[in-house]
Design a protein around this ligand. Structure first.
Ligand SMILES: C[S@@+](CC[C@H](N)C(=O)[O-])C[C@H]1O[C@@H](n2cnc3c(N)ncnc32)[C@H](O)[C@@H]1O
Length: 292
């Protein structure tokens, strides 16, 4: 199987659609300023959140800046967003190399693509947004020191979603002790990344936000729950699951605490469970809406 990160982000859409906390989303809708609004999304990947907000009629008129450090993601975003917009009846104009406009009678969004590290982007002192979005991103950053820098990107709201929070569960069990060991070691790799990261990022955000002077308007769980229906995973979620196992394999291969042969056969059995539509994957995560 070929592992493409942009493809993983596409396959994650339907999982995130179900997971996003609706109480926090309602709070976002209730607090959004009048359109047009300026949005900055950091760690934006290929732009699936922008598309979701249009699909869900959360935004109509906006200036939307997408920041991501991976060139492959930004290139995919530049191709995929116009494709989606065209199929959804929006007219697309390319304004400049890194700027698009997608519009119809009701909607008008200017999209700016920024390839680069979020902290370099902050150094450029961009005009602050009405809304900062970080989706499946903050659990990768060094905290608490990043929070005040990130919040400087908004003059009002921050919607911080899909922050991993300490629980991974794969069912059915293969070997309870080995399952537990692999899950524990996997979380430890998140805490040991040299670029930052926290396997309990969700719960810690309450403190990080408070210390950075922001108030939490709403918070709640946004767990990924992936299972088959009549033996088939919805949408492209089988690919999503194979990619999650790929993350396990990348993070834990060579781990001194793990027997290599046991881990290889565990991965094979998990893959076979996906093929049979048996594997259930749950990851506990949290969403926040904060005001600076
Ligand atoms: C888990 S992905 C989530 C992408 C997107 N938010 C989504 O959910 O589809 C994390 C993203 O953060 C980006 N990223 C990681 N570190 C970054 C940094 N320091 N500056 C900018 N982007 C970064 C990665 O390239 C990746 O696209």
């Amino acid at each position: 199987m070929e592992f493409s990160f942009p493809h993983y982000l596409l396959s994650k859409q339907s999982v995130d659609d179900r997971a996003l906390n609706r109480t926090v989303l309602d709070s976002l809708k209730a607090n959004l300023p009048a359109a047009p609004i300026r949005i900055i999304e950091i760690g934006a990947g290929i732009g699936t959140m922008l598309v979701r907000l249009l699909r869900w009629d959360v935004i109509t008129k906006a200036d939307y800046v997408l920041v991501d450090e991976m060139g492959e993601n930004i290139e995919s975003a530049k191709e995929w967003i116009p494709l989606w917009a065209g199929e959804s009846g929006l007219t697309v104009e390319r304004i400049a190399e890194n700027q698009l406009r997608a519009f119809d009678r009701a909607r008008d969004v200017r999209i700016h693509f920024e390839r680069g590290d979020v902290f370099d982007f902050i150094q450029k002192k961009p005009a602050p947004a009405d809304l900062l979005i970080a989706h499946a991103f903050l659990d990768l950053l060094p905290m608490p020191e990043s929070m005040p820098k990130l919040l400087a990107l908004t003059k009002d709201l921050a919607w911080l979603t899909i922050n991993f929070d300490g629980v991974t569960s794969l069912e059915p069990a293969i070997d309870a002790a080995l399952d537990e060991q692999i899950e524990r070691l996997y979380h430890e790799t998140m805490d040991a990344r040299p670029t930052g990261g926290d396997s309990r990022a969700g719960r810690h955000l309450f403190d990080h936000l408070r210390m950075a002077g922001a108030s939490v308007l709403s918070a709640g769980a946004s767990d990924w729950v992936v299972h088959s229906v009549d033996g088939k995973y919805p949408a492209d979620e089988a690919y999503f699951l194979y990619f999650i196992l790929h993350f396990f394999e990348e993070s834990l291969t060579g781990n001194a605490e793990l027997n290599a042969a046991d881990f290889a056969s565990w991965l094979n059995e998990r893959r076979a469970q996906i093929e049979r539509g048996e594997m259930v994957y749950i990851a506990h995560q949290m969403d926040f809406l904060a005001r600076v």
